[in-house]
Design a protein around this ligand. Structure first.
Ligand SMILES: NC(=O)c1ccc[n+]([C@@H]2O[C@H](COP(=O)([O-])OP(=O)(O)OC[C@H]3O[C@@H](n4cnc5c(N)ncnc54)[C@H](OP(=O)(O)O)[C@@H]3O)[C@@H](O)[C@H]2O)c1
Length: 333
C-alpha cells in the first residue's frame, strides 16, 4: 500500500456565505477507523443540500466532517479494521460529508463497486440521488409496477434519477419543470409527461393525464403552499413523500381530504440516518438496481464537471438553476 500523505486539498469554509467561501484549503488526510475505508477521491457529486449547508441552514450531523460533499467515487487508499475491501478497488460511496476533498472516509457498507459500464465521474453522481429516490419512492411510498408518480423538479438530480428508476421499474413518472425547454429534456429522458408549472396548473394536468383518478404518489421537494395542491393530485390511497421544503416548512392542509381518500403523508432526510440504515439501502441497491448499472441501463445524467478548485463555480451553476441532471467536481487522477 502506498504511504498516505499527511495533508490534502479540500473545501472547508470557515463560515456560511456565498459561493466564494468555497476556497481550497489544506486539511489533514483522515485515517480510516474500524469499518471504514479511505477513498482517494476522483470525483465528487454536488447536491442542492451542499448549497443549503454552505448557507448555514443544513449543518453536518454529529460526527460528520465539516467539509461538504455527500457522494464520491475513487480508489480505495486504505481500509480500517474489519473491512474486506482491498486498496486499489474502485468504489462509489454515500457519505454524510467530506466529499469535496482529495481523500474521504466512508463506512464500508455505504460503498458500492464501480463497474466497467460507469466512469468515475458518473459513479460519483449516483449515490445521493439513488439512495434518496430508492428509499423514498420504493420504501416509504411503496411504489409498485404500473403506478403513477408526480415528481417535482423533473430535471434536478433527484428528478432525473426518479425518471430513470421509474423507467426501469415500470412506473409512469409525471414531472413538473420551470420551462418548456426543461420539460422537453425531462420527456427525452423518459418522463411520461412534463408539466411546465409556470404556465400550467399541475393539479389540473395531473388529473387530466390520469383520466381524472389522480396520481398514486407525489415525491415533493417543494413544500409550503405546494402541499395542499399536491394532496389534490393524489388518487385514493395515494402517498405523499416530502424530501425538501424549498417553498417553506409550513403548510395548511384539509385533513378531511386525507381521511376521504385515505392518504399517507410521509417524508425523510437521508443524511442523518444511521450507518446501519444506509448499509441496508446499499444492500438493496446492490441486489435490485446494480444489475442495471452493470449492464449500462442506469447512468446518471451529467450536466457539467468542474475541478475541485472551482467548486464555487459549480455552486453558482446550480444556484442559477439552468442545469439538467448532476454537477460533478473532478478531484484527482
Ligand atoms: N430528503 C433528502 O434526504 C434529500 C436528499 C437529497 C436531496 N434532497 C432535496 O431534493 C431537492 C433536489 O436536490 P438536487 O440536488 O437534485 O437539486 P437540483 O438539481 O438543484 O434541483 C432543484 C430543483 O428544484 C426545483 N424547484 C424549485 N422550486 C420549484 C417549484 N416552485 N416548483 C417546482 N420545482 C421547483 C427546480 O426546478 P426548476 O428549475 O424546473 O424550477 C430544480 O429542478 C433539493 O431540495 C434537495 O434539498 C433531499
Amino acid at each position: 500500500m502506498t504511504r498516505l500523505p499527511d495533508e490534502m486539498n479540500a473545501i472547508d469554509p470557515a463560515g456560511p456565505g456565498g459561493p466564494e467561501v468555497l476556497a481550497l484549503v489544506r486539511r489533514p488526510v483522515p485515517r480510516p477507523g474500524p469499518g471504514e475505508v479511505l477513498i482517494k477521491v476522483v470525483a465528487a457529486g454536488v447536491n442542492r443540500p451542499d448549497i443549503v449547508q454552505r448557507l448555514g441552514a443544513y449543518p453536518p450531523p454529529p460526527g460528520a466532517p465539516s467539509i461538504p460533499g455527500l457522494e464520491v467515487a475513487g480508489e480505495i487508499a486504505a481500509v480500517g479494521e474489519g473491512v474486506d475491501l482491498a486498496a486499489g478497488e474502485l468504489v462509489c460511496a454515500l457519505v454524510a460529508g467530506g466529499g469535496y476533498a482529495e481523500y474521504a472516509l466512508a463506512p464500508v457498507g455505504q460503498c458500492l463497486p464501480v463497474p466497467d459500464a460507469l466512469t468515475l465521474i458518473e459513479a460519483a453522481a449516483l449515490p445521493e440521488t439513488l439512495f434518496t429516490v430508492w428509499s423514498n419512492l420504493f420504501e416509504r411510498a411503496y411504489a409498485r409496477d404500473g403506478e403513477t408518480a408526480l415528481v417535482h423538479g423533473g430535471t434536478s438530480g433527484i428528478g432525473t434519477m426518479a425518471i430513470a428508476l421509474g423507467r426501469l421499474f415500470g412506473l409512469k413518472i409525471i414531472v413538473t419543470c420551470g420551462s418548456d425547454e426543461k420539460c422537453r429534456r425531462a420527456e427525452a429522458l423518459g418522463a411520461a409527461h412534463a408539466i411546465n408549472y409556470r404556465t400550467q396548473d399541475f393539479v389540473a394536468e395531473a388529473h387530466r393525464l390520469t383520466g381524472g383518478s389522480g396520481v398514486d404518489i407525489v415525491l415533493d421537494m417543494v413544500g409550503g403552499d405546494y402541499l395542499p395542491r399536491n394532496l389534490d393530485c393524489l388518487a385514493e390511497e395515494g402517498r405523499h413523500v416530502s424530501i425538501a421544503v424549498q417553498r417553506g416548512a409550513k403548510a395548511e392542509l384539509n385533513i378531511v381530504k386525507v381521511m376521504q381518500r385515505r392518504l399517507v403523508l410521509t417524508g425523510a432526510f437521508l443524511r442523518s440516518r444511521s450507518v446501519e440504515f444506509k448499509t441496508l439501502v446499499a444492500e438493496e441497491l446492490l441486489r435490485n438496481v446494480w444489475p442495471f448499472v452493470e449492464d449500462g441501463r442506469l447512468k446518471p445524467v451529467i450536466d457539467k464537471t468542474f475541478p475541485l478548485a472551482e467548486a464555487a463555480d459549480a455552486h453558482r451553476r446550480m444556484e442559477a438553476g439552468d442545469h439538467v441532471g448532476k454537477i460533478v467536481l473532478t478531484v484527482g487522477r
